[in-house]
Design a protein around this ligand. Structure first.
Ligand code: AP5
Length: 223
């Protein structure tokens, strides 16, 4: 743990790497807040807020929402009280400009990152994971038709909510998202390696195995 007993980590990885799955587990383990920019944008889109209207069209094409909007959104989220106990950043930053924006936000808060996980998963595994993903409309719980099937088809066993397939989980959009990841987000791996914050995680294996790899790596950085 850090001096204040808070864990502050960032999860990097291609679409379907398991960032959301692992972020939820780390949130439970450490009582930290999970800042998932994809979830925030999907909520905004469902509410048809001005941000949501703008984001929905870009997300459907697998493109990124502009950096300025994302930095503002995360700055506001990280300043809320529930992030005092630490935070798990899931899906932000996604560009070098966003990474610089994050550094500014954390500096202004007198905070810093403990560790950046880069989760590596081959593209063929990603396609299988995303095609089979189902999410709960109400609580956001994640399922997979093969690896983590819901006990009752189409129904979340945590809250009874309806399960749905994300619009951007169609093969063509998945391929577009992977291209965007390689071009705009993958350079962050080197950025954080140079800062000495990077921990590479093999993302192939069971959810529990990957969780174990992350907890071990956090132990090594003293978080
Ligand atoms: P976002 O929602 O962040 O999507 P993503 O990064 O593409 O990641 P995913 O949510 O698809 O995958 P994941 O890595 O979380 O995997 P998961 O745990 O769900 O962003 C969506 C869009 O929003 C972007 O395209 C962009 O338009 C916009 N956006 C978001 N942030 C932005 C930003 N910062 N800047 C600009 N635009 C932004 O797992 C996937 C599936 O695999 C699940 O079914 C799960 O059950 C299963 N699974 C997980 N782990 C395992 C395992 N170990 N074994 C077997 N199955 C597993």
């Amino acid at each position: 743990m850090t001096d204040e007993g808070a864990v502050r980590v960032l999860l990097l990885g291609p679409p379907g790497a398991g960032k959301g799955t692992q972020a939820k587990l780390l949130r439970e383990e450490f009582g930290a807040c999970q800042v998932s920019t994809g979830d925030i944008l999907r909520r905004a889109a469902a509410e048809r807020s001005p941000l949501g209207e703008k984001a929905a069209a870009l997300m459907a094409k697998g493109e990124l929402v502009p950096d300025g909007l994302m930095i503002e959104l995360v700055a506001e989220r990280l300043r809320r009280d529930d992030c005092l106990a630490g935070f798990i950043l899931d899906g932000f930053p996604r560009t070098l400009d966003q990474a610089e924006g994050l550094e500014g936000i954390l500096e202004a808060m007198g905070s810093k990152l403990d560790c950046v996980f880069s989760i590596r998963v081959p593209h063929d595994v990603i396609i299988l994971r995303l095609e089979g993903r189902r999410s709960c409309k109400v609580c956001g719980a994640l399922y997979h038709l093969v690896s983590q099937p819901p006990p009752r088809s189409g129904v979340c066993d945590r809250c009874g909510g309806e399960l749905y397939q994300r619009e951007d989980d169609r093969v063509e959009t998945i391929r577009a998202r992977l291209r965007v990841y390689e071009a705009q987000t993958a350079p962050l791996i080197d950025h954080y390696r140079k800062k000495g914050l990077l921990k590479e995680i093999d993302g192939v294996g069971s959810v529990e195995e990957i969780r174990g790899r992350m907890l071990q790596a956090l132990g090594e950085v003293g978080a």
